[in-house]
Design a protein around this ligand. Structure first.
Ligand code: ZN
Length: 178
């Protein structure tokens, strides 16, 4: 894969096609908080996730930062962000949802800067999923449980898969080796 990515507009993340700003430097190039320090083999998968299933969250973070984390001048922007998140089925990501985004000293008064940090944290966590080495994945391998149709069959297959799997699947700490 070509590491020099021409075609990204100035100021954007160096990963080709990434919709986020390049705000973090690495090896003389600027990446977004999702692409930074990721193997370049994952660049396209991360970009596809940001442009696909995460696009409503990406748009929200860009809109919030564009208005300086203050909606006094642009209440319409706030409405658009909230509507976008709701139509994507992410009411949990709305400003102040379930008591989020507040200082512990001022409950009930959500802070927009904390909100955007929470949204960006969701993007980071979702993209980081893509680079988990297989041995650290705690789910049962899908190839072993692809057959079952009922919950009972699923449970039985899962039991077998766990019994036949490396010990990391038995909820041991990763550092607890030998
Ligand atoms: Zn990026």
């Amino acid at each position: 894969m070509n590491d020099d990515q021409p075609g990204q507009p100035w100021g954007m993340c160096a990963a080709f096609g990434c919709p986020l700003l390049g705000t973090l430097g690495s090896d003389g190039r600027w990446f977004c908080f999702c692409h930074i320090h990721k193997p370049s083999s994952l660049n396209d998968a991360i970009t596809a996730r940001l442009r696909g299933p995460l696009s409503h969250i990406v748009a929200a973070t860009l809109d919030i930062r564009r208005c300086g984390a203050s909606f006094h001048q642009s209440p319409e922007t706030y409405r658009v962000i909230q509507q976008r998140l709701m139509s994507a089925g992410r009411r949990d990501l709305l400003l102040g949802a379930n008591g989020a985004d507040c200082s512990p000293h001022r409950p009930g008064r959500p802070i927009v800067k904390q909100w955007v940090a929470r949204l960006e944290g969701v993007l980071i966590a979702s993209c980081a999923e893509l680079e988990k080495p297989e041995r650290q994945r705690t789910q049962v391998q899908t190839t072993l449980i692809a057959g079952p149709k009922t919950a009972a069959e699923f449970a039985e297959a899962a039991r077998k898969a766990i019994a036949n799997s490396p010990r990391v699947l038995n909820e041991r700490e990763p550092g607890d080796d030998e």
